[in-house]
Ligand binder design. Structure first.
Ligand code: NDP
Length: 246
């Protein structure tokens, strides 16, 4: 089994990279289970995927609630019989210098970007262990590889997840689960819309995204590549960014 037939749950599937990943994997024959808070968008996506011949289910998931991740995994198992891959993609960004002390923003990023992944691990790992196979993919960021001013906390959350996955990989000596961290660079999505309060800075970042950002479908293809490997092959870290990104 490569991508075709694999049951894939995706958090943050209501827009951007998560939505593109859902469409791409479904087009390759993977039943997809979609989680996010904007259920109107998820429901529309399910209808579109099914109209194209794919299989999909959706439910409201707030990744800061561990029970919601458990429900996501349960739906995969109940509807499609198993869970092969969990894509921990939901994430938020708040852009501001540390000295501005955006304590609320820091907490929100830790809750969604780090605890959200931990909640996914807690929900999926028992199923993966029971099945004897499973694949955990997280969407981290090049922000964690080249730290830039105003993104220190965001970068910290992404590197926390990268570290977490490497630790899990080393503990999983029997290869369950496979672990993959995907690090996108600039991708044209809605991420920036809620990342900055200052309209001038927001427009500046939007300009950079519009000029340089790659299509979220490119990240979806990278995720499919990581899934589409024989069981004894693990794509550990994968960076995908605009060719011209500094
Ligand atoms: P989007 O804003 O388009 O997507 C973010 C997704 O996360 C949405 O579907 C949103 O759904 C979901 N989300 C946010 N908070 C929660 C929550 N509490 N519970 C459940 N879902 C939540 O941005 P992207 O597609 O760009 O972001 C996807 C991932 O890619 C993120 O982890 C981001 O950090 C990462 N990334 C993005 C880059 C970029 O340049 N765009 C670069 C590097 C990494 P909803 O609001 O409906 O809940």
């Amino acid at each position: 089994m490569t991508v075709h037939g694999k049951v894939v749950a995706i958090t943050g599937a209501s827009s951007g990279i998560g939505e593109a990943t859902a469409r791409h994997l479904a087009s390759l024959g993977a039943p997809v289970v979609l989680g996010a808070r904007r259920t109107d968008r998820l429901d529309r996506l399910v209808v579109e995927i099914e109209a194209d011949g794919g299989k999909a289910a959706a439910l409201r998931v707030d990744v800061t609630e561990s029970g919601d991740l458990k429900a996501l995994v349960d739906v995969a198992v109940e509807r499609f019989g198993r869970l092969d891959v969990l894509v921990g993609n939901a994430g938020i960004s708040r852009i501001s210098p540390v000295v501005d002390l955006d304590v609320e923003g820091w907490s929100a990023m830790v809750d969604v970007n780090v605890k959200g992944i931990l909640h996914g691990i807690a929900a999926a790992l028992p199923v993966f262990r029971r099945q004897g196979s499973g694949h955990l993919i997280t969407v981290v960021s090049t922000a964690g590889l080249k730290i830039v001013p105003t993104q220190a906390v965001y970068a910290g959350t992404k590197n926390a997840v990268r570290t977490l996955l490497e630790g899990l990989r080393q503990e999983s000596t029997d290869g369950v689960p496979r672990t993959t961290s995907i690090s996108p660079g600039y991708v044209r999505t809605e991420l920036i819309d809620n990342a900055v309060d200052d309209p001038a800075v927001r427009e500046q970042v939007r300009g950079t995204m519009a000029e340089l950002g790659i299509d979220p479908a490119a990240v979806a293809r990278a995720i499919a590549f990581a899934i589409d490997q024989p069981e004894d092959v693990e794509i550990g870290d994968l960076t995908i960014r605009p060719t011209r990104q500094g």
